[in-house]
Each structure stands twice: as structure tokens, then as C-alpha cells.
Design a protein around this ligand. Structure first.
Ligand SMILES: CC(C)=CCC/C(C)=C/CC/C(C)=C/CC/C(C)=C/COP(=O)(O)OP(=O)(O)O
Ligand SMILES: O=P(O)(O)OC[C@@H](O)CO
Ligand SMILES: [Mg+2]
Length: 240
């Protein structure tokens, strides 16, 4: 798989278990200016719910990726541009590092040319994803940087994902991860809710991921985060 995310500043992550704001459509989401859609969540995922969102987004231009939270929810669909499959580096339960993946490969004919892993470092202990994976979220900036380096240099990961799902994280942690990476892309997600929060994290991360906001506040709020992320990239480009 080539890496289209090299051009992504902003992703909207759609949770198939949540609804859009009343009166809004997936077309509105696609028109926020986001660079890609990732479909996934931790709790109560099913293939049917995933499929519904894929079908609703298929006809728009924005690249569409599934982020499966377990092998049973993977949807085979040509409308998807690909699969971004988490590997949780700081999981307490080894299943989320390799076990689920082993089962997936055993069960399915994985389309490797459309599949890339995301090396997650989970940092918010209150997130469902932290509970599920029994993640050890007590990590200093130096430790997160070390995880990022391990991901890229030892495990050849193309994407490292600093995940604060549900809360705005520490920019110092994200900056440390960014400094540790050479070629790998750094995704940041968690608590981005306005221009400023998107702008701050996009100064460190290559790509910011916006989740809850689209479901809770809607597309106008998401559009502001797109602007915040894009402005951070513009400013960085101007200063070199
Ligand atoms: C091998 C395959 C196909 C899948 C396994 C993939 C793995 C390791 C998943 C574990 C981590 C996980 C559940 C990632 C899903 C994406 C994610 C982090 C969503 C954020 O979820 P939360 O915001 O915590 O959950 P809710 O919004 O559902 O509460
Ligand atoms: O829902 P939020 O807090 O925006 O987090 C986005 C994403 O990183 C979740 O996997
Ligand atoms: Mg969530």
C-alpha cells in the first residue's frame, strides 16, 4: 500500500455506534474539508453498523478507511480505500498486540496491499480503549518517544498513533513522539474540539484525528478543526 496519509492533515473518525448531529448528513461530514474518514470505535461494533457507515460515505470523494477493533467486524468492501489496523504497543493484554491479529490472519484472506497497521500508544486511562486493552497509560514523554522509536525502527511501523481518546492530551508528549520519528507518520487523536486545540496538536503531529466532536457538536465545529490543522501546516511550511 502506498501511503496516502502523507498528505493528510486531518481525519474524521466516525463511530458507527454513534449518530450524527440532528439534521446533518455524511455529505456534510465530507464537506468539512477533512482529508480522510476512518470508521471505527471500541464499544459495540458490528459488521452491520460498519457497513451502514461505509455505504453512506461511499459515494463521496473523501478517502474511506475502516479501523477494525477486532477481526469479527472487518468488512470486505471495494468502496473502502483500505484498512488501518491498530496494534497497541502499551497494551497489558497481549491479544491487542499480536493475538487478535494472529486470529484474523488465520480466519481471513487478508488483503495486504490495502492494509496498514497503526502503532497505538494509548494515554487516557479512562477511555474504553484503554480499559479494553488494559493499557499502561502511565508513560512519560520520554517513554512515549521510546515507544515511537521502537515502533518505527524495530517493527517497521509506518504510522504511530498517540491516542488520548476522549480527552485533550499533553502537547509535550506528542512533540516528544514527533521528535523520535524519522519517516513514520504521527497521528494524534483525543479531545480536539476547536481551532486552537487542532492547531496546537497539528504543530507536532502529522495528522490530527477528530472523533467525538462530529457526533456531539457537528460539522461546523469539525470545519474549525480542519482550519486549525491546515493553518499549523501552512505556518510550518512558511517557516522553513
Ligand atoms: C486484528 C484486527 C482486525 C483488529 C484488532 C485491532 C486492535 C488491536 C484493537 C484494539 C484497539 C482498538 C479497540 C482500537 C479501535 C479504535 C479506537 C481506539 C477507538 C476509540 O475508541 P474509544 O473512544 O475509546 O471508544 P468508544 O468511543 O467506543 O467509547
Ligand atoms: O473522540 P476524540 O476524543 O476526538 O478522539 C479521536 C480518536 O483518537 C479516537 O480514537
Ligand atoms: Mg470515542
Amino acid at each position: 500500500m502506498s501511503n496516502p496519509w502523507a498528505d493528510w492533515d486531518h481525519i474524521v473518525k466516525l463511530d458507527p455506534d454513534k449518530t450524527l448531529v440532528e439534521g446533518e448528513t455524511f455529505e456534510d461530514v465530507c464537506e468539512t474539508g477533512t482529508d480522510a474518514l476512518e470508521i471505527g470505535g471500541t464499544l459495540d461494533m458490528t459488521q452491520e453498523k460498519m457497513q451502514r457507515v461505509i455505504d453512506a460515505c461511499a459515494k463521496y470523494e473523501v478517502p474511506l478507511y475502516q479501523e477494525p477493533s477486532n477481526p469479527a467486524v472487518v468488512v470486505e468492501d471495494d468502496d473502502l480505500d483500505g484498512y488501518l489496523v491498530p496494534v497497541v504497543l502499551n497494551a497489558g493484554a497481549v491479544s491487542w498486540i499480536t493475538g487478535a491479529h494472529k486470529e484474523w490472519v488465520r480466519m481471513d484472506d487478508v488483503e495486504w496491499e490495502r492494509t496498514t497497521t497503526e502503532a497505538y500508544i494509548i494515554m487516557n486511562p479512562d477511555a474504553s480503549v484503554a480499559e479494553l486493552t488494559e493499557a499502561d497509560c502511565d508513560q512519560s514523554p520520554e517513554e512515549v518517544a521510546a515507544y515511537a522509536e521502537v515502533a518505527e525502527q524495530m517493527f517497521g511501523q509506518e504510522i504511530v498513533y498517540v491516542e488520548y481518546s476522549g480527552t485533550f492530551g499533553d502537547p509535550e508528549v506528542v512533540g516528544a513522539a514527533a521528535d523520535a520519528l524519522d519517516e513514520a507518520a504521527l497521528f494524534y487523536g483525543g479531545g480536539i474540539h476547536d481551532y486552537e486545540s487542532a492547531n496546537t496538536m497539528a504543530q507536532h503531529a502529522d495528522t490530527v484525528v477528530v472523533g467525538d466532536l462530529v457526533h456531539d457538536e457537528g460539522c461546523e465545529a469539525v470545519r474549525e478543526t480542519v482550519e486549525g490543522a491546515k493553518d499549523a501546516k501552512k505556518t510550518a511550511a512558511e517557516s522553513v
